[in-house]
Design a binder for this molecule. Structure first.
Ligand code: GLN
Length: 503
């Protein structure tokens, strides 16, 4: 068997089913790839070689025993370090959780284990998922495999870098304002944020509870669908989990159909501020859909212009409340205040938070605490919630005219490490096109739309569907992906003259 790390998850699953390769071999091959390139990419915060190989052996035994088997049995996966993993360190990219080993699995992790996917390790991320570049990780940034001097997106840049560098065929990410889709766009990979409530949040370290969603990070639309089917579905442990019978996402991806589709190009998500090459590739993809028989209309969502401001009131408010539990009393890192004999609990908390939280986290805690303080609550948080409703209404009326909405995923290709780190607003602007979906809870996908002419770097195409219509994303995404791959003469990541790592 040639290099198994180059296979899609679906292709690897078939090779496993056909007996062309064992899970132990495939998992070892990915661990070797990690060993060879992760010094340069830094996608992983923790690699669990022993655990992954043990799970791979168990998967091989389960296959040998026969019976009905999960489709992805034996296909290895990487998990963003925001999901708790029993017995494996979980930091959320923060020093305040350094050394913490959770006593339980997040539901997404438990489901991945139950389906027999060996967990290679935990991927790097911006601290508590705050950022668009992984530069806010307390453990140093990840690097974009297309150009190691550039960011792989964030906050889940570790997951997208691991998948684009062929260190893992699959990864789990979380998306609060774009952290699955924007990293997908800038690394030439696929990322899906499911409908809010579609995938359990139990055991995910919360950033903003009303916005957070876990989802797949992959190299193909079908792979994302297969993983979505594993991790999605009702979970009684998450009170916001939707109790419904979801259709098979993989079946939708395999059907891949856009006939009679009405596509709404969102006027407010494009134009000024979007890089020329990003726009060109976007317009070409839209044209492909038109040529294939879709109807394209322009839709206007006027309140999307307020989305960023709304998000940066709601997110810090929820984050400041969620992060209050990191008090160094029960778990995580505890720091004794300098020169204080018999410090009080408050003094220990203050010293621990000072040492344990990075600047961006402190910035958002302060912002959120302010926005929630009495006297300001109505003016800021309350007002933001009202605008959030207007954004949901914009979506509702746009979806009366169109079956899916589309836009570029991110306004630019990957920027250089260090370029925006001192300018929070410039960093926040990366999510201008992804944030509305989180505010309204609608599902969204980013898939690669090609390379920008001016810098040869990947660009992303975003598809949004009404709540609960995640399967539509896969049906449309798979059809567009097939046309694009045809045009490129193969998958984008195989057409990557600039992919620096190991080619
Ligand atoms: N970049 C956005 C932020 O900093 C989104 C983060 C996310 O989706 N986790 O909040």
């Amino acid at each position: 068997m040639s290099d198994v790390t180059r296979l899609s998850a679906a292709a690897l699953a078939s090779a496993l089913a056909d007996g062309d390769v064992t899970s132990l071999q495939a998992t070892q091959a990915h661990l070797d790839r990690i060993g060879a390139v992760d010094g340069a990419v830094h996608a992983f915060l923790h690699v669990d070689a022993d655990g992954a190989l043990a799970q791979a052996s168990a998967a091989d035994e389960r296959r040998a025993a026969g019976g009905e088997l999960p489709e992805l049995l034996g296909v290895p996966i990487a998990v963003k370090d925001i999901a708790t993993t029993k017995g494996l360190p979980t930091t959320a990219g923060s020093r305040i959780l350094e050394g913490w080993v959770p006593p339980y699995d997040a539901t997404v992790v438990a489901r991945v284990r139950a389906a027999g996917l060996p967990i290679l390790g935990k991927t790097n991320m911006d601290e508590f998922a705050m950022g668009s570049s992984t530069e806010h990780s307390a453990f140093g940034p990840s690097h974009n495999p297309w150009d190691l001097d550039r960011i792989p997106g964030g906050s889940g840049g570790g997951s997208s870098a691991a998948v684009s560098a062929f260190e893992a065929p699959l990864a789990i990410g979380t998306d609060t304002g774009g952290s699955i889709r924007q990293p997908g766009a800038v690394t030439g990979t696929v990322g899906v944020k499911p409908t809010y409530g579609g995938v359990s949040r139990y055991g995910l370290i919360a950033l903003a509870s009303s916005l957070d969603q876990a989802g797949p990070v992959t190299r193909t639309v079908l792979d994302a669908a297969l993983l979505h089917d594993v991790i999605g579905g009702h979970d009684p442990l998450d009170s916001t989990s939707i109790d419904t019978q979801w259709p098979s996402m993989a079946a939708a991806a395999r059907a891949g159909d856009i006939s009679r589709l009405r596509i709404g190009v969102v006027k407010e998500l494009g134009g000024e501020g979007y890089q020329t090459g990003v726009r060109t590739r976007f317009e070409e993809s839209v044209q492909l859909l038109v040529d294939a028989g879709a109807e394209v209309i322009e839709v206007s969502c006027p309140h999307f212009e307020l989305a960023l401001a709304t998000y940066y009131l709601i997110l810090p408010s929820e984050a400041s409340s969620n992060l209050a539990k990191f008090d160094a009393m029960r778990y995580g890192r505890r720091v004794a205040p300098d020169g204080v004999r018999d410090p009080s609990a408050e003094q220990v908390m203050a010293a621990s938070r000072k040492a344990g939280f990075g600047d961006e986290v402190k910035r958002r805690i302060i912002l959120g605490t302010f926005a929630l303080s009495s006297g300001y609550y109505d003016a800021y948080y309350g007002q933001a919630q009202k605008v959030r409703t207007l954004i949901s209404r914009d979506f509702a009326s746009a979806f009366e005219q169109a079956d899916v909405l589309v836009s570029p995923t991110a306004p630019t290709t990957a920027f250089r490490i260090g370029e925006k780190i001192d300018d929070p607003l410039a960093m926040y602007l990366n999510d201008i096109a992804t944030i509305p979906a989180n505010l309204a809870g609608v599902p969204g996908m980013s898939l690669p739309s090609g390379l920008a002419d001016e810098d040869g770097l990947p660009t992303g195409f975003q598809i949004l569907a009404p709540p609960l219509e995640d399967a539509r994303l896969y049906r449309v995404g798979a059809a567009l992906e097939a046309m694009l791959v045809d045009r490129w003469g193969g998958p984008l990541l195989d057409q990557a003259p600039r992919l620096e790592v190991g080619l």
